[in-house]
Structures are given as C-alpha cells and as structure tokens.
Design a protein around this ligand. Sequence first.
Ligand code: ZN
Length: 295
Amino acid sequence: MGTSPEAGITGWLCSILLILSFNVQAADKPEPLLVIVIDDLGDNQAKGIAAINLPGALTYAFLPHTPFSSSLAKRAYKSGKEVILHAPMENKAGLRLGPGALTQSLTTAELAQVLNGGLDAIPNVVGMNNHMGSLLTEDRQKMQTVMRVARNRGLFFLDSMTTPATVAWKVAAEQGVPVLMRDVFLDNKREREYIHQQFVQALALAVTKGQAVAIGHPYPETVAYLAEALPQLAKLGIKLVTASELLELRPQRSLIQKKPSLKGCDRHEGHCPSYPLASSSKQNPGTITDQLNTD
Ligand SMILES: [Zn+2]
C-alpha cells in the first residue's frame, strides 16, 4: 500500500536478488530454468501482438480455428518464439470451449480427427497443452488418443493441470511423449499484486527445483507485468527457456513425480473468475471464488 507499481517491482528485485543468487551458488544446483506460456491466443489480434512482443524465449499457445491464430502463430514463430496448440478440452464447469473442442462424446477416430485438424491449423506447432479440460484430462482412454496423436506428430504435451485428478501427464509419459506439467498460473486474478506474487512463486520453484513452468494469459495486466519483470531474470540468474528447450536441457527432470496441489482459482481451468460461462445460470464470479476456496 502506498508504493507505486514501479517502486514495488524495483524493491522486490533488490530484496530477493541476493537470496536467489545465494541459493543458486551455495547449493551447486543446476541453472534455474523458467518456462512461461501465454495461453488463449487467437481471438484478439492486438492482445496477441502485445503478448508476442514480450522479450525473451516465451511459448505461445493458440486456440485452433480462431480468427487470428494462424497469423499470430506465424508472427510468433518469425519472432523466434515457440508455438503450441492450446487444445480445448471438455471441462466440468460448463465453460464455453470454442471451435476444435475435444469432448467426451467424440469417438476415438473423431477425437483424433478434431485434434489433427486443430494442429494442422496452427503453423509451426511443436507441442500442445490443454485449454480447460478438467473433465477430459481425467479420462485415460481419451488421453491415450490425444497422446497417440502427439507421438505420431513428434509433439510434446504440457499438462495445464486444471484438475488434481488429471491423467494426461501420466499417459503422455507412458506413451513416450515428452511431457511437462504446469506449476503456477500467473493471473487467475487480473491484479498486478497477485501476478507479482505468482511470478515470485514461479521463480522460487525454479531456484529450488531447477525448473518451473508458469502459464499466463494475454491480459493487459499480465503483459505489462511481464514486460517489466522478464528483463530482470538474467540478473537473478534465472534463464527463460521455451518448453521444448526445457525438455531438451532437462529430459530426465521433465517429469517430476509430484502430488498435484491445486488451490483457489486453479480449479477453474485457469480462467477464473472472469471467464464467460456457457450458461447465464451459473454462479457469479464471487460465489465461484468462494466455493473454490472451500475444499
Ligand atoms: Zn486456456
């Protein structure tokens, strides 16, 4: 309270710089690697361009068959960024999925066809992660189909971890698909202080585990924060890498067995509380947040 955002980020950097660098040097740990994925690209050109203009090796996840997904994916690739498919998967909350959605009612052949269609629509795609998917990623059979497509096309899979019971990462590992798991959602709340807190959590994980995967969205608040924070990573001894670079650099560490712990809005597919609901009869954002914090 009382400090400007600029003063806040500068103060933060000064205060944790020594701690982080001491941790890195003292413990003889590998260089901390941080992956940042920007999800939900393709619907809005201006927000997409702003996100792609962020400095460094970011990974961009495009929703299939959206108005700007193809042009933005080309733009990202030309800017040296990584492009992945943000595959919409059925969720338990009744949230709208958009085109190219993978749902439980699809047969195996249909699911593969829809997924291949989504991948074909995104130029230079090298991997995928799930958009929402709290229902589908718990379905082992559906995930086997998804991972078969990923393996056949030589793609990696990033489990967005939208449900604690996801089997996506397990099935990917079983089928030999390079796999990562999301550690932190940066912007479940579109507030600078919250984004800052989540970003610091991602840095701390990168330092303690050697790597961390954070997911954000092309919100103006997130892009503004990252535009200031990303150039500071080198000073902190943390290397920003794309998802596939992490898999190349740390293949043996890419799949760390961990008990997924989801809290707060993580339960809401990484899109709470402002994401539009499919039905107006759903809870209002306040009650969703309240419910999510109860168990
Ligand atoms: Zn998404």
